[in-house]
Design a protein around this ligand. Structure first.
Ligand SMILES: Nc1ncnc2c1ncn2[C@@H]1O[C@H](COP(=O)(O)OP(=O)(O)OP(=O)(O)O)[C@@H](O)[C@H]1O
Length: 542
């Protein structure tokens, strides 16, 4: 039912028209059978007009089927695009911790597999309408031949469909489980692609991964899928069998009970045999509908999980930055593990133009702090103040626009997006970063395919510099740079940002360059401590 609501929401006119056209093609199909019956049983002198009617019905079948399919292909693709768009909008609007806990594998499986299941079920909709119409008209035609026989056929078909639906309900339990298991398979397939270097470098690891991780996940999914599909297949055959039982009773039992003319019996058997095709078509379509319903439920569950949209930002330029303060900010990851990491309470003040370095051991909480500072995480307690005002849910999206960021695992889009930099500025940063050959200045395309890790970071810095926000946050940017480029970063780039009035927060382990900063803070066990206040001393590189 929800599937049809999705279809109707996309375009109820196209849905209705394609359904009606499908039904019309079904009637024309049945018209062909009636004409064949007439041609077989009527006197030839009475049926001179039959060839013309037959040709007309053929043309009608062709036109209605092609038009209905054309409309439905467009509609189902529009529905798929709409579903994907809605899901993408929800993903973009959802808070980062929610997305991190859902996991990218689940989001991808919903965006690709579930949407495809829905599209393929919808694409078969005109054929299902045509089949339903053939069935209905066929039963009416049977009723004109003999009412009791039509009643018997309806009874047998109803038993068949009911048995099939009952089987489908049993199958559903396993098919739903298979869909859940599919998330794990997608997760492991992603792990295989991401970890291909680690797998290639260790044959034992590769074997362990394939036999202990990937295959068991796949087998679990396959097991549920096979049981579900077997039950479905059995229900399909069982449902279909009832129609043949009906034909058997008609042929062998009915003539014993009542007198039936050969013409009626021929017309009857011919029509019923013909009706097995549309019935088969509908029974064959129901599993696809079933998978689509499971996919709709999955998308809904996922949608509910991520449906906590944040307030959206205005598209105007980022607001001015005069001060930023964190007071007693704490944050704890939402994890099943009781010992999950907790940061804070953290107190921190940032002023325009200052360069702040944050140091600290692995896992001490530096990146978590940077995510809190940049508004990607919401503090559990404490306040973040921007220009003297509390940052609440309403302002958070606007607040995030204050920052140009380069995170450790940051993503590079293959083109400059949302950036309105002059060619001169682009050239300036390209030459500082030594990346002239990696960007097409005319099109703004970034050649992200063949980059080393260091080059990847340099392009990310280029994007951040062109973003040109008041505060720059670098998470271990220089960690993957050669010594020469480390020097350029600390002695040329950071001072240039400082001269242009930018505030810089750099997470770094490069204590050689600490003198570049105005303040150095250290994070240890989730707490922030001042290491050095160099504001009064002259800024120089080590
Ligand atoms: N999404 C998450 N869910 C649960 N725990 C997390 C998550 N991300 C990080 N952690 C935990 O929080 C702690 C701090 O992580 P964080 O990334 O902030 O450390 P870090 O100081 O930046 O470390 P490094 O120098 O190694 O990058 C770690 O113990 C990590 O395991």
């Amino acid at each position: 039912m929800k599937l049809f609501l999705i279809l109707i929401r996309s375009s109820w006119v196209s849905g209705l028209v394609s359904g009606l056209l499908g039904a019309l093609s079904g009637m024309a199909n049945l018209g062909l059978i009636m004409l064949i019956h007439r041609a077989l049983t009527d006197d030839p002198s009475d049926s001179q007009w039959l060839p013309y009617l037959f040709a007309g019905a053929c043309v009608l079948v062709l036109i209605t089927q092609v038009t209905a399919k054309h409309l439905l292909v467009q509609l189902s693709q529009a529905t798929a695009a709409r579903l994907r768009y809605e899901l993408c909008t929800k993903i973009i609007a959802a808070p980062l911790p929610t997305l991190e806990s859902v996991g990218s594998h689940r989001l991808l499986a919903a965006l690709i597999d579930d949407v495809n299941s829905i599209t393929s079920a919808l694409s078969a909709f005109p054929a299902a309408c045509a089949n339903a119409m053939v069935l209905v008209c066929g039963l009416v035609y049977l009723a004109t031949l003999s009412v009791p026989l039509a009643g018997g056929t309806i009874l047998m078909a109803s038993i068949g469909v009911f048995s099939f639906m009952t089987g489908l309900r049993f199958a559903n339990r396993h098919l739903r489980q298979a869909r859940e298991d599919q998330d794990e398979v997608v997760k492991q397939l992603r792990a295989m692609i991401d970890g291909i270097k680690e797998l290639k470098g260790n044959n034992m690891r590769c074997l362990d991964f394939v036999y202990d991780v990937l295959l068991p996940a796949d087998t679990k999914m396959r097991h549920s899928l096979i049981i579900g599909s077997n039950i479905q297949g059995f229900a399909h055959s069982w449902g279909r069998l009832f129609l043949f039982i009906g034909i058997g009773l008609l042929l062998f039992a009915w003539p014993q009970i009542a007198t039936v003319s050969t013409a009626t019996l021929t017309g009857y058997v011919l029509t019923i045999l013909y009706l097995t095709y549309p019935l088969d078509g509908i029974l064959g379509w129901l599993p696809a509908m079933n998978s689509a319903s499971i996919a709709v439920a999955k998308i809904e569950t996922l949608g509910l999980m991520i449906d906590q949209p944040e307030h959206q930002t205005s598209l105007s330029a980022p607001a001015r930055f005069r001060s930023l303060e964190m007071h007693g900010v704490t944050y704890q990851y939402d994890s099943k593990d009781d010992n999950c990491f907790a940061l804070g309470p953290v107190d921190l003040t940032l002023s325009p133009g200052e360069t702040l370095f944050i140091a600290g051991g692995n896992g001490s909480g530096k990146t978590t702090l940077a995510k809190l500072l940049t508004g990607l995480y919401v503090p559990d307690a404490g306040r973040v103040q921007w220009n003297g005002n509390d940052v609440t849910d309403k302002e958070r999206a606007d607040y995030r626009q204050l920052f140009s960021t380069v995170f450790v695992e940051g993503h590079l889009f293959d083109r400059l997006l949302g950036i309105d930099a002059t060619p001169g500025k682009l050239q300036h940063w390209l030459s500082i970063l030594g990346m002239e050959d990696k960007v097409n200045v005319q099109t703004g395309r970034l050649l992200t395919g063949e980059l080393s890790r260091g080059q990847h970071k340099r392009l990310a810095l280029l994007v951040a510099a062109l973003d040109d926000r008041p505060i720059f946050v670098f998470d271990e940017w220089a960690a993957e740079q050669d010594p020469g480029f480390k020097d350029i970063f600390y002695q040329q780039i950071l001072p240039e940002l400082h001269r242009s009035g930018k505030t810089v927060v750099a997470i770094t382990h490069d204590d050689r360059y600490f003198s570049v900063a105005s303040r150095v803070l250290k994070v240890a066990d989730g707490r922030l401590n001042l290491v050095a206040d160099l504001q009064s001393t002259p800024r120089r590189a080590a």
